[in-house]
Design a binder for this molecule. Structure first.
Ligand SMILES: [Zn+2]
Ligand SMILES: [Zn+2]
Length: 418
């Protein structure tokens, strides 16, 4: 019987994994400088966590969730995104009692049952950040500039930051009725989903991906025209602070996020080199989500970076990972035991050391040394055991260095401390 990964899932293997680690390490460094702490949350939540926050009529909830009953009859869902589970944890652990802003980041897999295509997987990875407790637009600008710094530091270029405001619960009703008015006499041109959404949540029609729906909603009233004074002031200040931080952006009034929970600031980062799947990161403010989850009214803002989207953009620019510091090539059983001991001792001292575990010819051992990119090689034969003296071959320069078969001296030579 042959087994394969499920459709839309992938194994991430070396050497590709080094690209992932490079991105994760780069992000961690920057999160630290901005005062963000890591949190790790379960990949599974009660289904209600998502229905309530993302919205019943969203594509994610209607079509894309991995929802099933566990053996206790509970409806559980593999998380399709990270913000709703984060807010669940924020409220559950009363994190709002800590001084604001509370800043957290996470890295991990998300799950959506989507049609697999380039850079889109059913298990996909996100790096996300959430900052809670402050509604000042300086925080919005800080979050967006941190995102720019992360993406820039891992080597992404040609990025376009698009921002908009999608209003709040005070100004959305006005926008909603203007939109309904616009859609009213052409709703039969839209898909079945959109027609159903027209009454329940017409805003959802703006992110329907059906081509005829995209065509038919051309010229719909821009949300920016309907902002209340507070939202307008917030958006104006956001632009000012982004200018102060020299983050370049464009305003995209048609930017809609496929989730219900966003308020005021919304943003998306795209890359021209990704074609139609161009978003690499996205986020926004969600000021009413905490109280909807039963906590005290607390503003929040966050973003998520799609790992599979950025990997292909930097994959080729990274150099091959280096090989081990040292490879032992023992000749004979006695030499193998000595090499075995020294390998263990040198590893305990912090060096990456390998030895050939199979007794093969010197020739094939040297071939292996080249293949794995060993930086130094020690051939250990009968003579070396007798005299206690070996030579270390530096595989880059070709130089040979004499050494006693003794841990401290070996370390000095390998670390070039002599
Ligand atoms: Zn408003
Ligand atoms: Zn539609």
């Amino acid at each position: 019987m042959k087994y394969k990964t499920l459709k839309g899932l992938q194994d991430i293997l070396p050497p590709d994994i080094s690209v992932w680690q490079h991105i994760e390490a780069g992000a961690r460094d920057i999160f630290k400088n901005y005062g963000f702490q890591e949190i790790r949350l379960p990949v599974m939540e009660s289904t209600d966590v998502f229905i309530r926050s993302i919205g019943e009529t969203s594509d994610i909830v209607e079509k894309e969730m991995y929802t099933f009953q566990d053996k206790g009859g509970r409806s559980v869902t593999l998380r399709p995104e990270g913000t709703a589970p984060f807010v669940r944890a924020y409220v559950e652990h009363h994190l709002y009692n800590n001084p604001a802003p509370q800043k957290y980041y996470y890295m991990g897999p998300m799950f959506r049952y989507e049609r697999p295509q380039a850079f889109r997987y059913r298990q996909f990875y996100q790096i996300g950040a959430e900052a809670m407790g402050i509604d000042d637009p300086k925080l919005d600008a800080e979050i967006i500039s941190m995102l720019a710094l992360i993406l820039g530091s891992i080597g992404l270029v040609g990025l376009n930051f698009e921002i908009t405001s999608i209003g709040c619960k005070n100004c959305r009703p006005g926008y909603r009725s203007a939109l309904k008015k616009f859609l009213n006499d052409k709703i039969d041109k839209f898909c079945k989903d959109c027609q159903r959404r027209f009454d329940i949540n017409p805003l959802r029609i703006l992110d329907c991906k059906v081509p005829s729906c995209i065509e038919s909603r051309q010229g719909s009233p821009p949300v920016l025209d309907f902002l209340c004074t507070e939202c307008e002031g917030h958006f104006k200040s956001l632009k000012k602070y982004l200018d102060i931080l020299s983050v370049s952006y464009t305003i995209n009034p048609n930017l809609v996020r496929g989730l219900d929970y966003y308020t005021k600031t919304a943003f998306e980062v795209s890359s021209e080199s990704l074609g139609s799947q161009k978003a690499v990161a996205a986020g926004g403010r969600y000021d009413s989500m905490v109280d909807e989850f039963g906590g005290p009214s607390t503003p929040g803002i966050g973003f998520a970076i799609g790992m599979e989207r950025i990997i292909p953009l930097i994959k080729d620019s990274l150099s091959e990972p280096a090989g081990p510091d040292l490879l032992f090539c023992p000749l004979g059983d006695e030499a193998a035991v000595k090499a075995f001991l020294l390998t263990g001792q040198l590893r305990a001292e912090g060096l990456w050391v390998e030895m050939n575990l199979e007794s093969t010819s010197l020739r094939s051992q040297m071939r292996k040394a080249n293949r794995i990119g060993a930086k130094n090689v020690i051939v250990l034969g009968e003579d070396e055991l007798k005299t206690g003296e070996i030579s270390i071959k530096d595989m880059v320069s070709g130089e040979q260095n004499k050494s006693l078969l003794e841990v401290n001296q070996l370390i000095k030579i390998i670390r070039k401390e002599t």
